[in-house]
Design a protein around this ligand. Structure first.
Ligand code: NAP
Length: 388
């Protein structure tokens, strides 16, 4: 199957670099009025971390997908209190998070970092809300479902107030690997990631743009968010490294995949690398199965897999790229080939928008699942103990 290539004109790059990808105004302008599509019940929603990269995308998606909102609160740190954001044509204030903010809230979409979630998610649940958390704070907690709707939607129903959204690199890899794993259990996964700057938040993306400009002007690049200049450079993921030499991001891919697949023994190794791409992560994934898995069969399976779009034009050497994955819901998968070094090996390459499917979209899809399951207003009693 082939995909239409994007024409890489100079204005394409200019727009990519100069536009603010977290500005929701244009997207919202094109969305229909919520009233036209409102489901029978509407919900009181709070976005914690509304001013961040994931927060902005959450607002975009809530509008795009016509999530049934009765009331929307925008929460951030005291730094942003007093700012305003536009949603559905309405100007809304950004409020500093405090306990009172969660009163009369059904759903909290949290994307303000692990330490913030650890403090406020239990408070929100005690106040009666269900929290869908983008941080790593609760992902491996045994009582917290870790959900990718294309893979384990049933897990969401067992929530006790908090549902965790997996790590971005993990979601993208899992969406591509799980359909194959269902056909034939995968025995071992070897992954290498090529992670964009925006994976570290809105300020990291601005830092790489500033570094790029500085270098092009012959000046020294300044690194504040990242430990080293990322422009015209790359480095292994800058999270703490354990005694075995694996960084936190790599161990998230290992442990979270095992939890999502329900396969605690699955052998996985990953190398995570930051690359000077603004948005969308890419990954090389090498899979080992019990018996040979043909590339044409894998292509057929992935061609029908939910959340996957095949991008494979071998003659044109056209495969998934971050600039074509940016802003898209699907994980782009291609370059599917037998691994010539192993009879049961299969390799694929993917790019996916880690702010969208790797974070905000996955969270909104979980919220939609809860609406469909009528499980959005049952957080209160259950939350005790989780995250405390
Ligand atoms: P970001 O752009 O840096 O935004 C962080 C948000 O959290 C901002 O709204 C910030 O508000 C808010 N915040 C920070 N400290 C706070 C505090 N003490 N109290 C209340 N709000 C606070 O980061 P991001 O990239 O959106 O990431 C947010 C979360 O999503 C993180 O846990 C991250 O690991 C996770 N995540 C990110 C991605 C990604 O691709 N970026 C993907 C998957 C998961 P102020 O504006 O007031 O500082």
């Amino acid at each position: 199957m082939t995909a239409q290539p994007v024409r890489l004109t100079s204005s394409y790059f200019t727009n990519l670099i100069s536009s603010n990808p977290f500005d929701i105004t244009n997207t919202i302008k094109h969305c229909h009025n919520l009233e036209d599509h409102r489901l029978p019940q509407s919900y009181r929603v709070a976005v914690l971390g509304a001013t961040g990269a994931v927060g902005a995308e959450l607002l975009t998606l809530l509008a795009e997908r016509h999530f049934p909102i009765a009331d929307l609160k925008l929460l951030a740190s005291p730094r942003s209190a007093g700012q305003t954001l536009t949603f559905q044509g309405e100007t809304l204030p950004v409020v500093a998070v405090d306990a009172a903010a969660f009163e009369s809230v059904d759903l909290v979409l949290a994307s303000a970092g692990g330490s913030v979630s650890k403090v406020w998610a239990p408070v929100a649940v005690a106040a009666g809300a269900v929290v869908i958390d983008n941080s790593s704070a609760f992902r491996m907690h045994p009582d917290v479902p870790l959900v990718v709707p294309e893979i384990n939607p049933e897990a969401a129903a067992a929530h006790q107030g908090i549902i965790a959204n997996p790590n971005c690199s993990t979601i993208l890899m899992n969406v591509a690997v799980y359909p194959l794993h269902q056909v034939q259990p995968v025995r071992r996964i070897v992954a290498a990631t090529y992670q964009s700057a925006s994976g570290a938040g809105a300020r990291a993306m601005e830092e790489v743009k500033a570094q790029t400009q500085a270098i092009l002007q012959g000046e020294a690049p300044i690194a504040e968010i990242f430990p080293y200049p990322l422009a015209f450079n790359l480095f292994p993921h800058n999270t703490p490294i354990n005694a075995q030499g694996y960084c936190e991001e790599e161990m998230k891919m290992v442990n979270e995949t095992r939890k999502i697949f329900g396969a605690p023994e699955l052998r996985i190794t990953a190398t995570c690398v930051r690359v000077p791409v603004l948005r969308a992560h890419s990954e090389m994934v090498n899979l080992e199965f019990e018996t040979p898995f043909d590339a044409p069969q894998a292509r057929e399976v992935l061609g029908q897999a939910p959340g996957v779009k095949l991008v494979e034009d071998w003659q044109a050497n056209h495969f998934p790229m971050p600039i074509e994955a940016s802003g898209r819901d699907e994980v782009l998968v291609g370059r599917i080939r037998r691994d010539i070094s192993h009879p049961c090996g299969l390799e694929l390459w993917l790019s996916g928008d880690q702010i969208r499917k790797g974070a905000a979209l996955n969270a909104v899809q979980i919220a939609e699942l809860l609406v469909a399951q009528d499980r959005l207003q049952s957080g209160k009693a259950a939350a005790i103990g989780v995250g405390q």
